[in-house]
Design a protein around this ligand. Structure first.
Ligand code: FPP
Length: 244
């Protein structure tokens, strides 16, 4: 399926509602996460098909560590299994795999699989897929501020040289354009500490569906809704979408 018109270059997604999807079916929450992985697979394939260049998925927040140990352990095992099972598909589908967040807080085995997947796909140019893991936007911004302060303190950088661009380069997302479209599932109207700097001018689309029920057609609908919007970037005139 081909999508024409102004495509969002970068789509970011807050995948929410796995737990509620399972609870509504009187299933343990972990079934929702399992089903959520299937949705990731479908949406990543669709992104390739629609020729989206960048996709960033909020897979595990820093706050998620506070969930019951059993659920966290399950999510980490699921993540490890996902990293193994998807590698071949990522390689053949020209997907470049990337992770943002405090990777050092993840189990060692998971870190190794992440490094392996990143290395094995680093030459792919079809879709730049980023998973946010142990991610917190406030931590990201604080870390960036610390790094710049250290550079000034140690004489590598002058205070006047700290510009928006320089700050952006100190974030985990260095080199990745800001998202054009942010999708959140399960109807919540929150940004939940996700890419706070990067979504300053991003169009937000909220779907009422739980993540496990979010399908390719729903993704297409979000893109079509994006295509109808005017993006003004703070100006008064209609601005032509930058990535048409
Ligand atoms: C939210 O559902 C989802 C997450 C914890 C993040 C997304 C996780 C997956 C799609 C599955 C795991 C995938 C990997 C690769 C680890 P929720 O539990 O917050 O749902 P609720 O708000 O209904 O409780």
């Amino acid at each position: 399926m081909e999508v024409t018109g102004n495509l969002p270059q970068h789509v970011a997604i807050i995948m929410d509602g796995n737990g509620r999807w399972a609870e509504e079916r009187h299933l343990p929450r972990i079934h929702g996460h399992q089903k959520g992985v299937e949705t990731i697979r479908e949406i990543v394939r669709a992104a390739r098909e629609f020729k989206i260049k960048y996709m960033t998925l909020y897979a595990f927040s820093k706050e998620n560590w506070a969930r019951p140990k059993k659920e966290v352990d399950f999510l980490m095992r699921l993540l490890g299994a996902y990293l193994d099972s998807e590698l071949k598909e990522l390689e053949t589908n020209q997907v470049r795999f990337n992770v943002i967040g405090r990777m050092d807080e993840l189990p060692k085995g998971v870190q190794e699989k992440i490094r392996r997947n990143m290395q094995r796909t680093e030459h792919n140019r079809g879709l730049f897929l980023t998973l946010a893991l142990s991610y917190s936007s406030r931590v990201e911004i604080t870390d960036a501020a610390k790094r710049l302060c250290r550079d000034v303190h140690e004489g590598r950088l002058r205070l006047e040289e700290i510009t928006e661009d320089r700050f952006q380069d100190a974030l985990y997302t260095r080199g990745i354009p800001d998202p054009d479209l942010l999708i959140r599932t399960s109807g919540e109207l929150r940004v939940s500490n996700f890419l706070l700097w990067q979504i300053s001018y991003t169009e937000i689309y909220v779907s009422d569906k739980y993540w496990p029920d979010f399908k390719k057609e729903d993704f297409l609908e979000a893109i079509q809704e994006y295509q109808k919007r005017e993006r003004r970037f703070g100006m008064t005139e209609r601005v032509k979408l930058p990535h048409g």
